[in-house]
Design a protein around this ligand. Structure first.
Ligand SMILES: *Cc1c(COP(=O)(O)O)cnc(C)c1O
Length: 368
């Protein structure tokens, strides 16, 4: 049963929290889980084997290094930065919260290009920020750049997600540069999925020119560590220190620090599952495109990430039938503004994707 806030408890919460509900990932056990954009290939066995050895030498009776220096040094080396340009945290989600805490806060303006990752709005609500949602064009899912630039002028924090979850497209470098120029606050580019895009997709090259840029990355997607909780941000040393001043001191535990070090030392082991995901994404896209012959309502958007957003007739019903009749779990966004009848399908293994295509072909024919 879902957790429920009692009326008494709600009455004791401050007014700006009265609309909040506990986060529900809408998970149900299925044979094929393509609902949370995880890396379905899992960790390479070389890494799980090495982890087993490392675990025996960890001193779990001791507190971890609060700033995860070993992890940050490895990340800094990857990007030719210094350790003080990096902050690691308990998943990208924690670092996003730190960003809202350090740079937004009550009454201060936060700008988003929506629909986008739901956590941003949740944090803006929790912290009682002034939230400006600049809607994308629901047909193209492109950002309203003029609207963003105007709203950004008075913003304390602008968050853009690139590739965007759940729509899949990249934001242009020029747009980010314009945002960085007009905004006197912080501009965060959430690059949780950037490993699945082309090599020049990242905004990292802009870091040296713009003091107000923060780039967010995570190990949860391409690096198959969603269960371990580790992400990081890259920025100038002053911004990193500001974030360090609001963070939970020991949020990155010793086991996760050891695991993140192993993954960073062996990151080349992930190249094959990343390139497999990219080629499977193209195959899934081709397959889903064929559904347009059964219904004019079917539409999909090109994706640079490890998921595809697709609009289908009767999307919620199709999502339930996928779960109940085919044991396939995908994410339903159909109730959200700008995403009418949309489902988000994570790119899985070859067999998982084939199964999804088979199931959807059958269901769309029936529901069209
Ligand atoms: C998954 C995700 C993250 C971070 O996830 P963590 O598991 O907390 O690292 C951040 N941004 C977006 C858009 C995501 O989809």
């Amino acid at each position: 049963m879902a957790l429920e806030i009692s009326p008494q408890a709600r009455a004791m919460m401050p007014a700006h929290l009265h609309e909040l509900e506990p986060y529900d990932p809408k998970f149900s056990p299925c044979e094929i889980n393509l609902s949370a954009n995880e890396n379905t290939h899992g960790l390479p066995t070389e890494i799980t084997d090495e982890l087993r050895q490392r675990l025996s030498s960890l001193e779990l009776n001791r507190y971890p290094d609060p700033l995860a220096t070993q992890v940050r040094e490895r990340i800094a080396r990857l990007y030719n930065l210094t350790c003080d340009n990096v902050l690691a945290g308990n998943g990208g989600d924690e670092l996003l919260f730190d960003l809202f805490l350090a740079f937004a806060g009550a009454g201060r303006r936060v700008v988003l290009s929506t629909p986008t990752f739901s956590i941003y709005k949740m944090y803006a609500t929790m912290l009682n920020c002034e939230l400006i949602e600049v809607a994308r064009d629901p047909e193209t899912q492109k950002s309203n750049v003029a609207g963003l630039l105007e709203a950004a002028q008075e913003a304390s924090l602008v968050v853009v997600c690139s590739p965007n979850n759940p729509t899949g497209e990249l934001i242009a470098h020029e747009t980010v540069e314009e945002l960085l120029d007009v905004c006197s606050g912080i501009v965060v580019v959430d690059e949780a999925y950037v490993e699945f895009s082309h090599p020049n997709a990242s905004m990292l090259p802009l870091l040296s020119k713009h003091e107000n840029l923060v780039v967010l990355r995570t190990f949860s997607k391409a690096y198959a560590l969603a269960g371990a909780r580790c992400g990081y941000v890259l920025s100038n040393t002053g911004v990193i220190a500001a974030l360090a001043s609001v963070r939970q001191t020991y949020s990155l535990d010793s086991v996760t620090q050891a695991l993140a070090q192993l993954v960073l030392d062996r990151h080349e082991l992930f190249a094959s599952s990343i390139s497999d995901t990219v080629s499977e994404r193209e195959r899934l896209y081709e397959g889903l495109s064929k559904l347009t012959q059964y219904s004019p309502e079917v539409k999909l958007w090109p994706s640079e990430a490890n998921f595809i957003l697709v609009r289908l007739p009767q999307a919620s019903k199709i999502r339930e039938r996928l779960r109940d009749e085919w044991s396939i779990l995908v994410r339903d966004f159909s109730a959200e503004a700008g995403l009418t009848n949309c489902l988000r399908i994570t790119v899985g293994t070859h067999d998982e994707n084939s199964r999804v295509l088979e199931a959807l072909t059958s269901l769309v024919k029936e529901e069209a």
